[in-house]
Design a protein around this ligand. Structure first.
Ligand SMILES: Nc1ncnc2c1ncn2[C@@H]1O[C@H](COP(=O)(O)OP(=O)(O)OP(=O)(O)O)[C@@H](O)[C@H]1O
Ligand SMILES: [Mg+2]
Length: 217
């Protein structure tokens, strides 16, 4: 069974997919057979490129797979309900474990934040626990991140998870807000590093003008 890393975020749109791509790039460069899995993708029609397509395009050599997809741009369990369906969280867990058996490193990306419901009974924290995964939390560097991150770290620890942080979209010229936020975040949990902002990067349109990397902070 390969190493499993579960990527969550302090919010939606924080940079989970960019972080997952950076982890995948690093893992492939380390010579590890690498897979990425997005159990539930919401907000897209069939055929539209999703988070898995972005990771596959950025991290050459990483196998990327999507589980199920719902068109409504909502939390997975809610988007499924709107479509008159239910998410089979156990089937997705078993699929993730199959992938983990086929590679050295599996990177799983949740949706939204840690307590968002994947199915009616399983939230992202439950799903990460069910995979015995390492939890990696995508955080913002900007104002507001201290509260969001503290809430996520506390909730993760209460559920027996041991979160590490990555600060996403790190500005080229950090101001007092970002530099002091980084120091405060280091007090909350281990910070793996920061991902420098890449001008023109847009996950939804599939464009990455440069390869995202995690720089130790
Ligand atoms: N390192 C970065 N450099 C530049 N822009 C970034 C970076 N990280 C994130 N962004 C911006 O934030 C947007 C959202 O990032 P991303 O799709 O990774 O978030 P997410 O947390 O995966 O969102 P979702 O909850 O929809 O899955 C990107 O399209 C991009 O515009
Ligand atoms: Mg994403």
């Amino acid at each position: 069974m390969g190493r499993i890393r579960f990527v969550t975020g302090t919010d939606t749109g924080v940079g989970k997919t960019v972080l997952a791509a950076a982890l995948a790039v690093q893992s492939v460069a380390d010579g590890a057979a690498t897979c990425y899995f997005k159990p539930v993708q919401t907000g897209l029609q069939p055929g539209e490129p999703g988070d898995a397509d972005f990771v596959a395009s950025v991290a050459a050599g990483c196998r990327a797979e999507e589980g199920v997809r719902f068109a409504a741009p909502l939390a997975p369990a809610v988007a499924a309900a709107v479509a008159g369906e239910k998410v089979d969280a156990e089937a997705l867990r078993l699929r993730a474990l199959d992938l983990a058996r086929e590679c050295d490193t599996l990177i799983v990306e949740g949706a939204g934040g840690l307590l968002v419901l994947l199915s009616d009974a399983v939230d992202m924290a439950d799903f990460a626990s069910g995979l015995d995964a390492e939890l990696v939390v995508a955080t913002r560097p900007t104002l507001g991140t201290l509260n969001h991150t503290a809430l996520t770290v506390e909730a993760a620890r209460r559920r027996g998870l041991d979160p590490a942080l990555v600060v996403c979209n790190w500005p080229a010229e950090p101001a007092l807000t970002e530099t002091t936020n980084l120091e405060q975040l280091k007090e909350m949990a281990p910070v793996i590093g920061v991902i420098p902002a890449i001008d023109g990067l847009d996950v939804e349109s599939g464009g990455a003008p440069a390869t995202p990397v995690i720089v130790p902070a």
